[in-house]
Design a protein around this ligand. Structure first.
Ligand SMILES: *Cc1c(COP(=O)(O)O)cnc(C)c1O
Length: 371
């Protein structure tokens, strides 16, 4: 073999067709590029307050045990979650971020003859895990940027194995009310697994947002995924969980790597879960920041997609990429969403008051400069 030899063709067809997930630009990278500090990052829907103090204390306490493998069953965290959510521990699966659960679902239920249904503008990990499994994505048209459940239902056929629904959805921040969603879930054929991705559920303050946990007993094909990455401020630790029937959890457990959750994540998530005050503070800062950004957009004459999450996508009515680049040069990192078929939008994660203000000031300048 020589050095010119390509191994590309050895990869499966699904992998050959993949485009790697593009994460938000890290602060450290922009610091290196620009040689400036005090960068504002509002790009990855992280908690601007950071993790709870109690979570940080729990990390300290756990450090001396790092030579040991973690508890592969996540006994303590599952029990804490079970108690809080009134489910049994056997209904819970822990993942290395909730993204790992999405991947486990794909590995469990998809083959090259399967189809997967999700919405246009839906979370980028759905197409990724679908294609990596060699399955076929069926993408439903959107309704007011959100999920069109009728369009999704129309795409379901005998080969469909998974339907992904993010509620609220990222990057649009749209949500589905309980009644409509329950009708959809109950109407699914038995051979289809419904994945309800609730990465942002803690933020939603709407009367008609569903308590989907209550549906699990009647819907054996339903699985709900949640995460400690967003409202709990632990994105860097990588821990999420799913809620399902014990049977579904048992299947995921078969494909799951032993020790998929690191020891620190397990103890820290448990501590974070108990810090109700930090969560409350997080929600208040988020609600105020959302108002601040909407107000700022109004002053700039811009429209946005109404969001119930910790981020908002604003319509610049022109290609967003140059605006994104110009904001970067001013030390503000936000998220272009052209890869979500929203080329004129930028998604901004809600920050602290000062960060939001710096972003809005920079945006005003940039919109005046970049014509
Ligand atoms: C951020 C996000 C996730 C998961 O993130 P993890 O850090 O892997 O838990 C899942 N779904 C949506 C829609 C998200 O925006």
């Amino acid at each position: 073999m020589n050095n010119q030899h390509s191994i590309f063709h050895l990869a499966t067809a699904g992998v050959q067709g993949l485009v790697p997930y593009q994460p938000g630009k890290p602060i450290s990278e922009l610091e290196r590029e620009l040689g400036i500090e005090n960068i504002v990052k509002l790009a990855s829907n992280e908690n601007p307050l950071g993790p709870s103090e109690q979570a940080l204390d729990a990390i300290q306490a756990a450090l001396p045990e790092l030579a040991r493998y973690p508890d592969g069953n996540g006994f303590a965290l599952k029990n804490a979650l079970a108690e809080k959510l009134a489910v049994i521990p056997g209904q819970i699966t822990l993942g290395n971020g909730s993204n790992e659960l999405l991947e486990l679902l794909a590995r469990t239920f998809l083959s090259t003859s399967s189809e997967v249904v999700f919405s246009r503008h839906a979370f980028a990990v759905y197409p990724l895990v679908t294609q990596a499994a060699g399955a076929t994505a069926k993408i439903a048209k959107a309704k007011n940027h959100g999920h069109d459940l009728d369009a999704m239902r129309a795409l379901i056929n005998a080969d469909t194995r998974i339907v992904f629904i993010a509620n609220p959805n990222n990057p649009t921040g749209t949500y589905l009310p309980g009644r409509e969603l329950l009708d959809f879930v109950q109407g699914l054929p038995e051979h289809v697994v419904c994945v309800l991705d609730e990465a942002y559920y803690e933020y939603v303050q709407k009367q008609d947002y569903p308590d989907s946990l209550a549906w699990l007993d009647d819907c054996p094909n339903l699985i709900i995924t949640r995460t400690f990455s967003k409202a709990y401020g632990l994105a860097g630790l990588r821990i999420g969980y799913s809620l399902s029937s014990p049977e579904m959890a048992g299947l995921l457990n078969r494909v799951c790597q032993p020790f998929n959750n690191n020891a620190l994540a397990l103890v820290v998530a448990e501590a974070a879960l108990k810090d109700a005050q930090h969560l409350q503070h997080t929600l208040e800062v988020n609600a105020a920041g959302m108002q601040q950004l909407m107000q700022g957009f109004t002053e700039l004459g811009l429209e946005w997609i109404p969001s119930v999450g910790n981020f908002i996508s604003v319509d610049l009515r022109r290609p967003a990429e140059p605006v994104y680049q110009a904001l970067l040069r001013r030390g503000v990192i936000v998220r272009p969403v052209a890869n979500y078929q929203l080329p004129n939008h930028l998604r901004i994660s809600i920050g602290r008051e000062q960060e939001n203000r710096l972003f809005l000031d920079a945006l005003r300048d940039v919109l005046n400069d970049v014509q």
